[in-house]
Write a protein that binds this ligand. Structure first.
Ligand code: ADE
Ligand code: ZN
Length: 328
């Protein structure tokens, strides 16, 4: 499955940072973040809320645009090695310059330079979804949305929200999402991961998003599953992340297959791959084992993902062509 071309819609840029990369940065800067690592060198956390703390501690080592340039290259190299041809990554002005617009522009410039280099060298295409962090609150989300609106374009194509789903309500962030929509950005938000089905309804009604990050807990509400299928809402499903964080005990218990059978548009992503000891290849291998999916099934998922990608039509056509090239 490693060489199969893949489209990935849901990763977090800092969450994809290899632990050795973060450890190296901490050493260079004399920062002590030893609590972040397990004895085997991977990231250590005990549950989702602890994961968010460890994520933010690891991210605190990324302090300059140059750090983000190196990070982006490292992340894209790893994705390309697993056959990813197009990837959308969540990026946060919160972590890149503390929501200051001119600082954010500098970080963005560095990230885009790295993306252009990776595309020229490895063919992988990166697009960015600016995310606000839910537990930082609606006020900070407004500032984040203003940064996103000012830099919307060919590279920044979407706006979304991650963080602690149990902090506040989706609707508290409506101003930020309205601002992003008015700037022409496409919208997604994390819902139905740690929040139940109502969090997905709130995301659709109050934030008017067209994709949902995770969304898997829709399976607990039959009417909602039908609604998602009818409205062709695309779910950015990250099965390995859900299993690593204890949302489901095992791959066979994961609802992705039941959602697909019921006609919901599902796609496959890694979320924060090194944190969850996963890669796109591993996701595909485990899903093939659990549900008997084969290369044709995965091609179908990738075509759904390409159509749901927040990129322009020319980019989408290039991606679809690459997916078709494997047909013979
Ligand atoms: N930030 C990084 N990974 C996340 C996840 N899986 N859910 C919510 N926020 C996140
Ligand atoms: Zn996520």
């Amino acid at each position: 499955m490693k060489s199969l071309p893949k489209v990935e819609l849901h990763t977090h840029l800092e969450g994809a940072a290899p632990p050795a990369f973060i450890r190296g940065l901490a050493q260079e800067k004399g920062m002590d973040i030893s609590g972040v690592f397990a004895p085997d060198g991977g990231y250590a956390f005990k549950d989702f809320w602890h994961f968010l703390k460890v994520y933010e501690a690891a991210t605190s080592t990324l302090t300059t645009p140059e750090d983000y340039h190196r990070l982006t290259l490292a992340v894209l190299e790893e994705s390309a090695a697993h056959g990813v041809i197009y990837t959308e990554s969540f990026m946060s002005p919160d972590f890149c310059g503390g929501r200051d617009l001119s600082a954010w522009r500098e970080y963005l410039h560095a990230i885009q330079e790295a993306a252009a280099q990776a595309e020229a060298q490895m063919g992988i295409i990166l697009r960015a979804v600016v995310t606000c962090v839910r537990h930082f609150g609606p006020e900070k989300a407004r500032e984040t949305a203003l940064c996103a609106a000012e830099t919307a374009g060919d590279f920044i194509t979407g706006f979304g929200m991650g963080g602690d789903e149990q902090s506040g309500k989706q609707g508290d962030f409506a101003w930020a999402f309205d601002c992003a929509r008015e700037a022409g950005l496409r919208l997604t938000t994390h819902a139905g991961e740690w929040g139940g089905p109502q969090s997905i309804r709130d995301a659709l009604d109050d934030l008017r998003v067209e994709r949902i990050g995770h969304g898997v807990r829709a399976i607990e509400d039959d009417a909602l599953v039908d609604h998602l299928a009818e409205r062709e809402i695309v779910l950015e499903v990250c099965p390995g992340s859900n299993i690593a964080l204890g949302l489901y005990p095992d791959w066979q218990d994961h609802p992705i297959e039941r959602l697909r059978e019921r006609g919901v548009k599902v796609t496959i992503s890694t979320d924060d791959p090194p944190f969850f000891h996963t890669t796109m290849t591993r996701e595909y291998d485990r899903l093939a084992d659990a549900f008997g999916w084969n290369e044709d099934s995965f091609r179908d998922f990738n075509i759904v993902a390409a159509h749901a990608a927040f990129c322009d039509t020319e980019t989408r056509a290039r991606v679809l062509k690459k997916l078709e090239q494997t047909d013979d």
